[in-house]
Design a protein around this ligand. Structure first.
Ligand code: PLP
Length: 385
């Protein structure tokens, strides 16, 4: 049988929706003006950028001026963290050691500049300890920024951002949320949630790569990371990429309009996958909180597989050979052959069998999951611990 490739790596990236590609093609052909030009074509381009901003703001529950276009989630995280220190007098950051590298690497840069960094403890399976967060906040009067991701990209753990926002608010701390894995996949209402800053990336919600946005609540004035022209109200210099910006807005509106139906489908797939794994390979161990829907994202299942440790490097290769695309963790770290830093943080090393991360989308099917579980079962049978 010639098996079609099966893409189960939607946490790494998603395919651009055909409607997104079409709208970007149209835009490229017709509206090529520089949004800063004052002539008709420039004004038309500017209008497209501003309409995209308004549409994203409306879906996120914020004001248009609070959305700033960036090149990706990483840039949004870097800008927010570095500027909060430079421009808002933040001198202490509370984060977790299982954040994405886009946060951790920037936190490290700031630590080198004598900013105090505190790491919040976890409960079982990597759940953030809200009690510990509160104790850390109560301990010091330093101007503090809390940076916690909404959905962990490796294990899918969900941070209760409403609760975190309330806690931060009670202690006058600022709250930055890396929501790269949740925007377009989970409902977020910035009117209700006490988030000061948020990072998002279009390629995670069926938009194009190379574009993202930062939400910066109106009361905070961040200066740009890259200085130059006055684009983005002086907050990010450089001619706006209208094609990618309008593509991102289109993708988010499709996701937004289908959110309920897509979530239902993805959750069904997740449940089915877990059920099949338990039935066919009972020794599989589930990482993070994925067995509890109230504490995990719909789209990520990360498992430890009962095969010899020496087979770790071969696992992905063997899946790929059968046309199954998944990963071991963050795509940015996939070159590294070492065990995931997220898993090492949460679990003791002796319990760590080789792991794989599967991440779903409404475009996947149960048949694809059957094929995947069947192949995994064969790998386990051929490589017993
Ligand atoms: N934050 C999280 C949680 C992510 O999953 C990713 C991408 O994998 C990023 C940040 C970086 O986003 P981008 O690829 O747009 O730079």
């Amino acid at each position: 049988m010639n098996q079609e490739p099966i893409y189960l790596d939607h946490a790494a990236t998603t395919f651009p929706y055909p409607e997104v590609i079409e709208s970007m093609k149209d835009q490229l052909k017709t509206v090529y003006g520089n949004p800063s030009s004052s002539h008709a074509l420039g004004r038309k381009s500017k209008a497209m950028v501003e309409n995209a901003r308004k549409s994203i703001a409306q879906m996120m529950g914020c004001q248009a001026k609070e959305i700033i276009f960036t090149s990706c989630g990483t840039e949004s995280d870097a800008w927010i963290l570095q500027s909060a220190v430079r421009d808002l007098g933040v001198n202490r950051i509370i984060t977790s050691s299982i954040e994405h590298q886009a946060v951790l690497a920037n936190v490290e840069v700031l630590e080198g500049q004598s900013i105090q960094i505190d790491y919040v403890n976890y409960l079982e399976n990597g759940e953030i300890s809200l009690d510990h967060l509160e104790r850390l906040l109560a301990k010091s009067k330093e101007k503090t920024l809390v940076s916690l991701m909404h959905v962990n990209n490796e294990i899918g753990n969900l941070t209760p951002i409403d609760q975190v926002g309330d806690i931060c608010h009670n202690y006058q701390a600022l709250f930055h949320c890396d929501a790269v894995q949740s925007v377009g996949k989970l409902p977020i209402d910035l009117k209700e949630t006490k988030v000061d800053f948020l990072a998002a990336s279009a390629h995670k919600f069926h938009g194009p790569k190379g574009i993202g946005f930062a939400f910066v609540r109106d009361k905070h004035q961040l200066k740009p990371l890259i200085s130059g022209g006055e684009q983005e109200r002086g907050k990010r210099a450089g001619t706006e990429n209208i094609t990618l910006i309008t593509g991102m807005a289109k993708a988010l509106s499709i996701k937004f309009n289908n959110l309920k139906a897509d979530r239902k489908k993805v959750l069904q797939l997740k449940h089915y996958f877990i059920e099949q794994l338990r039935q066919e390979i009972p020794q599989v161990v589930f990482n993070g909180t994925c067995l509890d829907d109230t504490k995990s994202a719909d789209h990520i299942v990360n498992i430890r597989i009962p095969v010899k440790e020496t087979r770790e490097g071969m696992l992905l290769f063997q899946m790929d050979l059968k046309g199954i695309m998944c990963s071991r963790g963050s795509a940015c770290q996939s070159g590294a052959q070492t065990t995931s830093y997220v898993l090492k943080e949460i679990y003791s090393l002796e319990n760590l069998m080789p792991n794989l991360r599967f991440s779903f989308d409404a475009s996947n099917s149960k048949e694809e999951l059957d094929y995947c579980v069947d192949h995994l079962k064969k790998i386990v049978a051929k490589n017993p611990v």
